[in-house]
Design a protein around this ligand. Structure first.
Ligand code: T4K
Length: 374
């Protein structure tokens, strides 16, 4: 039996490169609290992401949670349930009420044409998600935000390195939050970043990530601890040197997938978006059982039998989570519900072999043939 193929595999530099990067830490003994690796990565990311300011954090979740806190939001926040737990949890953990907007059936991002009808006098922000590296309808979201005086905080966890109209995706909206988790296109083991324009917001965020400390004798905020440590920052510095190469390799893999799966009846793939340079973060496939001949779950099982572990990102929807005890009505987001029951993200990482892509696609396509997935 072949080795397991998982949905992704962390990108890592060659070991000597990482050792070289961290060796300095044995001289300085400075391991965390905004050391030199942290500062260097922050600066390099401002350039790479093409944004005004970057603040590094322990992970993408704290980037979201503390960004919302530093924005002094209250009341309701419009978002989507077709996302990882983190987005909704960050809203709820800030004492805010998520108001779920449905998604666009093609891009899987928030359907901007449905946002306005959800705005009330309690709405203070929109939290859209750039799902799988597909970007949201930036212009329409901006128009609505300006019209109603709302903050826009993008969950850009999947959008590292994406550009729109040649500008870094993190430069749109008030704030964009990236994840540098081990499973992402760019990783710092665990890590995250907030991109922003407003320097007052930046000062608040910085304090929130460091206990609210102003100086050695004054603590004037009730902060958390969300600082990126030096080992993570060093991993980030190494991986940043190779990320363009990684994205190029991902592109070849995605092209191979598309050769097999484009124009197959009953299969929907991500769109190629106009004016977007994508990062090939995930390879989602939506299966329409009637037209394809097999359900998403049958394909998932058929792959698993062959030691290939695709994932149902994003199923279940966050508005169905048990922790919310039925508080939200999932039927208010019917398209998100429809997609979440049918989507499967196939394995995708830079050193996935093209022959493995062929094998994965053969198994998938066989499921659609008469006789099913056996
Ligand atoms: N917003 C969105 C839209 C997000 O998708 C996420 C995270 C966030 C916010 C929050 O960002 P972070 O706080 O995480 O920085 C994984 C990731 O843990 C999570 O970061 C990611 N989204 C989510 C979509 O996927 P799980 O529970 O599926 O992870 P796990 O442990 O099952 O790993 C998935 C696969 O990744 C494994 O089968 C193999 C591979 N893997 C995993 C680990 C841990 C590696 O290759 N190396 C590793 O170290 O959540």
């Amino acid at each position: 039996m072949e080795d397991k193929i998982l949905v992704t595999k962390s990108s890592m530099p060659e070991l000597p490169e990482y050792i070289e990067e961290i060796s300095e830490l044995w001289d300085t003994h400075w391991l965390t609290n905004m050391g030199c690796k942290h500062q260097k990565l922050q600066q390099q990311l401002e350039t790479y992401l093409d944004v005004d300011n970057v603040e590094l954090l322990t992970n993408g979740h704290m980037a979201l949670e503390l960004s919302m806190q530093a924005s002094n939001l209250s009341g309701e926040v419009i978002t989507t349930p077709f996302t990882f737990a983190s987005t909704t949890h960050a809203i709820v953990r800030n004492g805010l009420t998520p108001v779920f907007c449905d998604i666009d059936p093609v891009t899987f991002t928030i359907d901007a044409s449905k946002i306005e009808e959800l705005i009330t006098d309690r709405t203070t922000a929109i939290v859209p998600v750039h799902v799988y590296g597909n970007i949201c309808n930036i212009e329409e979201i901006e128009r609505i935000a300006i019209k109603y005086g709302l903050k826009v905080i993008y969950d850009a966890a999947h959008a590292f390195g994406v550009t729109y109209k040649t500008k870094g995706i993190g430069s749109y909206g008030d704030i964009s939050c990236f994840s540098f988790h081990a499973t992402k296109v760019f990783n710092s083991i665990e890590g995250g970043a907030v991109c922003f324009k407003d320097s007052d917001f930046g000062k608040k965020l910085y304090k929130l990530k460091n206990f609210g400390i102003k100086n050695e004798e004054v603590v004037d905020g009730i902060g958390a601890n969300a600082k990126m440590n030096e080992f993570c920052a060093a991993m980030g510095l190494c991986n940043l040197r190779h990320v363009d190469e990684e994205i190029k390799k991902r592109k070849l893999i995605v092209e191979r997938y598309r050769q097999h799966l484009d124009n197959v009846e009953g299969i929907q793939l991500s769109p190629v978006q106009k004016d977007v340079k994508t990062n090939y973060a995930y390879f989602p496939v939506v299966f329409d059982e009637k037209n394809f001949g097999a359900s998403r779950n049958e394909v998932y099982e058929a792959l698993a039998i062959n030691n290939i572990f695709a994932r149902k990102y994003f199923y279940p929807l966050t508005n169905t989570f048990e922790c919310f005890h039925g508080k939200f009505n999932v039927y208010e987001t019917p398209i998100a519900l429809h997609i979440s029951k049918r989507v499967l993200t196939l394995p995708l990482y830079s050193n996935l072999q093209l022959e493995d892509v062929d094998r994965i696609c053969n198994i998938v396509l066989k499921c659609g043939e008469k006789g099913g997935c056996v």
